[in-house]
Every structure is written in C-alpha cells, then in structure tokens.
Ligand binder design. Structure first.
Ligand SMILES: Cc1ncc(COP(=O)(O)O)c(C=O)c1O
Length: 361
C-alpha cells in the first residue's frame, strides 16, 4: 500500500521497516503462536524485550551505569509534574520558557509548589527564539535547570545544550534525532510519539544520583523513578506493545548508523526546506528570528495570506503530503520531519513549494 509523506507533529510517521516488523510480532512473536501484545509482562518473552530495549537505548546514547532507562506512561506532560515533585528538593528550580512546552513545564512545576525561576523567555515575541545563554539569569545552586531542547510548536532548537550540574532536558520532539551530550545531562525525557514510537509511552533516562532527592513520604510508588528503575519500569503493567515498537526503532536507528548519522541526515533534510523558504524572495517567510536556531525537526514558515496557506495545505495533500497546517498560535505551515521522514519527503515538499509559488505567487 502506498504511504504518504506525513508531516504530522505527533503522533508522527514511523519507519516502514519498523511497522512491518512490529506488525509481524503483533500477530506471532518468534513463531510462538501468540503475539507480543498477548503475553504477560512477567514472562520471559517480554522480559527479553525490555532488557534488549534498555541495552540498545544505552548503546545509542553512549551511557553506561551512571543512568537508568525508564519506560513510563502519562505523556511528557505527566513528567512536567513528576520532575519537580521528585527532584526539586526544596530548592529554587530554573526554567527556560522559550516556547509553549517550556512554559507548560514551568507552569506544572509551580502548580506542585516548586519555587520556579524563569531564567530566559521569548514570550513577548511569540516564542520566536531563545535568548543567548550569556543572558540567562541562572540561580546559583538551583535544584536543576530545565530546558526544552526543541520547541515543537514554534520550530526552534537549542543548538548547544547549556553546561549545568543538574540539567534536565525535555527532548520530546528531537529524541535520538542527534547525539545527546549525556555526560552533562541529569535527566532527558520525551513522549515517544514523534521520533521513537507510538503515543502512550515516555522514554526517560535518569542519572542515578538524582534518586537521593526523592522525598521519603507522599510520593506514590508508581511516580517514583528509583522504584521504577528497580522494577525495570514494571511496577504495574507497562505499555508492552509500545515498548516493543520502541525496540524496533532502536534496532532501526542502529542500522541507519546511529545518532551522529541521524543528525547529518536530519540537517540535510531540513536544509532542503529552509533553502526553499530562503530562495523564495520573501514569498515564504520563516517564523524563527535567528536562523541559526531553526529546528531540524519542525520547520515553520508563513505564506502571504491565510487563503494561500489553506490552498497550500489542500494542494499538498492531493500530492500525498499531509498534516502541514501550523499550530493555531503560530499559524502558517509546520512541516515536522522527524527521523522517519525520508529525504525524498523533504525534497518533494521543497519542489512543491517552488511549483506552488510559480502558480500562486
Ligand atoms: C516538546 C514537547 N514536550 C512535551 C510535549 C507533551 O507531550 P505529551 O503529549 O506526551 O504529554 C510535547 C507534545 O507535543 C512536546 O512537543
């Protein structure tokens, strides 16, 4: 069956090879007569899946014993609350709010009673950039610094992660799309539904020394990351099929050559579309103030009018390029081009942009 180029921001497209292998395992796992979603999470088949997923995740990220790999539920949004509940340790916690997601994370921390310091924001200009790190107003001895490394809605990224003893990164929309400097990351997390698998699953990689901060009382065991690590994320029934798909994605990433290779591929894919924006003589206008911060995952730009934007989305869909409409607070077009988007998809979109301008410019 032909598959369209799906530019959805998430849940997003997955590699066809991953879907095929997962579909096979769903019907019959290794010739056992049952599928991987039909066996106990306490059995040896699923235990093997979890062990392999943890090992491959660590290998891809290049981390050893310093960190644990957790497969959690409740979305990245749930972690917005669980992180300050466990790791603030009564200290002021620093947040960068340069997009909808950074702002939501900071709001959730306030909601659970954390003392939140906003170190940098770009809300006044509708989150169109991240201020230079030299201008961030960091709290000395903060509990942690929380950043969102790629702002999905607006389409910009932190090119270099800050250096901080306790850096926490929401990498939901760029997880494993490039190498992550794990030697300076205390906790990295993200919903799987963009780069890693289906929704309903959160990948979190936690530096173990953070566990010392977990309050002894008041935190349900299910929310306790140390308890989750000790139970291989199986205190209760985990999203087994989602974890299986994640494992297939890890295998696929290794076959592509790992995260450094993915970074190269993703940069080249994004360039195809940004070149079409920049070469349009102003017909298409990028929404990010600083071109150097443009996201490699969520490419955002505007057309001269809403009418033209709607026509663009409709005409593109006729050619098999779907889900291009921008987020409501930003408008315009958003092309999400996560790991699974092939280079051909970005090339097809860039060509369509030129043709559309020639016809409607
Ligand atoms: C950067 C970022 N953080 C957090 C979230 C929230 O994720 P979830 O819907 O899994 O809670 C999203 C969702 O799009 C996101 O893009």
């Amino acid at each position: 069956m032909p598959r369209v180029f799906n530019f959805s921001a998430g849940p997003a497209m997955l590699p066809t090879e991953v879907l095929e292998a997962s579909a096979k395992a769903l019907l019959d796992y290794q010739g056992k007569g049952f599928g991987i979603a039909e066996c106990s999470h306490r059995g040896k088949e699923f235990d093997g899946v979890v062990d392999e997923a943890i090992a491959r995740c660590k290998a891809l990220l290049g981390v050893g014993d310093s960190h644990d790999v957790l497969f959690l539920q409740g979305g990245a949004t749930q972690l917005f609350s669980l992180i300050p509940m466990q790791f603030a340790a009564g200290k002021t916690v620093d947040y960068v709010t340069t997009g909808e997601w950074g702002k939501k994370a900071a709001g959730a921390a306030k909601e659970v009673g954390a003392k939140v310091n906003i170190v940098a924001t770009s809300e006044a200009s509708n989150f169109d950039h991240t201020p230079a790190q030299s201008a961030w107003k960091l709290t000395p001895d903060a509990g942690y610094l929380h950043v969102c490394s790629n702002e999905t809605v607006h389409g910009h990224r932190l090119v270099d992660l800050p250096k901080h003893d306790n850096l926490i990164v929401d990498a939901s929309s760029e997880f494993m799309a490039r190498p992550h400097p794990m030697d300076r990351i205390a906790l990295i997390y993200g919903g799987a539904q963009k780069n890693l698998g289906p929704s309903g699953l959160v990948l979190a990689v936690v530096r173990k020394d953070l566990y010392a901060r977990i309050p002894e009382k008041g935190l349900p065991k299910l929310f306790n990351f140390k308890a989750q690590a000790e139970n291989k994320s199986m205190i209760n029934t985990p999203p087994t099929f989602g974890i299986y798909i994640l494992l297939e994605v890890f295998r696929w990433l290794e076959r592509q050559g790992g995260l450094a290779k993915m970074e190269q591929i993703n940069a080249a894919k994004a360039k195809l579309i940004y070149d079409a924006v920049d070469g349009s003589g102003g017909y298409y206008v990028g929404t990010i103030a600083d071109k150097a911060q443009r996201s490699h995952m969520n490419v955002t730009f505007k057309l001269p009018s809403e009418e033209k934007t709607d026509l663009f989305v409709k005409e593109a869909a006729k050619l098999g390029m779907v889900a291009l409409k921008g987020y409501r607070t930003v408008g315009g077009i958003r092309a999400s081009i996560y790991n699974a988007m092939p280079t051909e998809g970005c090339a097809a979109l860039a060509k369509f942009m030129k043709d559309f301008q020639a016809k409607n410019g």
